[in-house]
Write a protein that binds this ligand. Structure first.
Ligand SMILES: C[S@@+](CC[C@H](N)C(=O)[O-])C[C@H]1O[C@@H](n2cnc3c(N)ncnc32)[C@H](O)[C@@H]1O
Length: 238
C-alpha cells in the first residue's frame, strides 16, 4: 500500500466507529443529497423504465460507513463498498445489516489505487458496474487522475460515475481544527474545469455535469461548526 494511502488507512481506521455520530449532520446531508439526485445521476434503477427487471450493480469506492450506499441500495440489485480501512468496512457491513440491506450490500477491504491488484480485486465481481460513486473521498487520494482512470475501468460502457466533493476554497480555521486530517488530504477541492479533466481523462466524457450545492454542509468539532461547500458531478463512460 502506498504511504499516502497507508496514512489514510490509519487515520480512518481510528475514527471509523465514531464517524457516523461525530459527523451526523454531514452524513444526513450526504444521504439526502444522494437520494434527491438519484434521477439526475442516472435513469437506470430498479423502479424506472430503463432499469426495471435488470441487474444494476453499484460500486462505492472509499465507502466509509456506507450511508451513501444505503441511500441508493433500495434502487439497485447489488452494492459493493470498497475502502482501505478495515474498521470502515466493519461499520459498512454493520450499518447494511441494521438497514436490512445486507442481502445486497457487501463491504470489502480494497485498494484500487495500488500498483497491482489482489486476486480479489481482479475478480469479475469487481468489474462491470452500472454506477460508481465516490463521496467526499477524491480529495484524499494521492493521484485523483489515476483514481478516476482505475474507477472508469470498473464501469460498464455507458455506466455512470457520480462524485461528491468540495469546491476549491481556503478554510484556514477548518484546516487548523482538522490538522491531523490534513495529512490525509491531497487536493483542496475541485473546480468544474479540474473535475471535467479528471472525468475526461478516464473516458467519462458523455453527459458531464457539475453542480455546486447551494446549501453548505456543516462539520462540527469541539462545539465549533465549519461550513464547506460541495459539488456533485457525473458523466458516463463512452
Ligand atoms: C471522508 S471519508 C468519506 C466516507 C464516505 N464516502 C462518506 O461519504 O462519508 C474518506 C474515506 O476514504 C477512505 N480512503 C482514503 N484513501 C483511500 C484509498 N486510497 N482507497 C480507498 N479508500 C480510501 C477512507 O478510509 C475513508 O473511509
Amino acid at each position: 500500500m502506498a504511504d499516502f494511502t497507508e496514512q489514510n488507512r490509519q487515520y480512518f481506521d481510528k475514527m471509523a466507529s465514531t464517524y457516523k455520530d461525530n459527523f451526523a449532520n454531514v452524513v444526513e446531508s450526504l444521504s439526502n443529497l444522494t437520494r434527491d439526485r438519484r434521477l439526475w445521476m442516472s435513469d437506470k434503477w430498479t423502479d424506472t423504465e430503463a432499469g426495471k427487471g435488470q441487474e444494476i450493480k453499484m460500486l462505492e469506492y472509499a465507502c466509509g460507513p456506507g450511508h451513501v450506499s444505503i441511500a441508493l441500495a433500495p434502487y439497485v440489485t447489488k452494492v459493493i463498498g470498497l475502502d482501505v480501512s478495515d474498521n470502515m468496512i466493519s461499520e459498512f457491513n454493520k450499518n447494511a445489516q441494521e438497514a436490512n440491506l445486507s442481502d445486497k450490500m457487501t463491504g470489502r477491504k480494497g485498494d484500487l489505487l495500488a500498483e497491482s491488484f489482489s486476486e480479489e480485486m481482479n475478480s469479475p465481481e469487481i468489474f462491470d458496474f452500472d454506477l460508481v460513486v465516490i463521496s467526499v473521498a477524491l480529495h484524499h487520494f494521492e493521484n485523483p487522475g489515476l483514481a478516476m482512470k482505475r474507477l472508469g475501468e470498473r464501469l460498464k460502457k455507458g455506466g455512470v460515475c457520480f462524485i461528491i466533493d468540495f469546491v476549491p476554497a481556503q478554510h484556514h480555521e477548518f484546516d487548523k481544527e482538522f490538522a491531523e486530517a490534513g495529512k490525509t488530504v491531497k487536493s483542496h477541492g475541485f473546480s468544474r474545469e479540474q473535475t471535467w479533466e479528471l472525468f475526461e481523462g478516464a473516458g467519462l466524457s458523455e453527459g458531464f455535469e457539475y453542480e455546486v450545492i447551494q446549501e453548505p454542509i456543516n462539520f462540527t468539532k469541539d462545539g465549533k461548526t465549519f461550513e464547506k461547500t460541495i459539488f456533485v458531478a457525473k458523466a458516463k463512460l463512452v
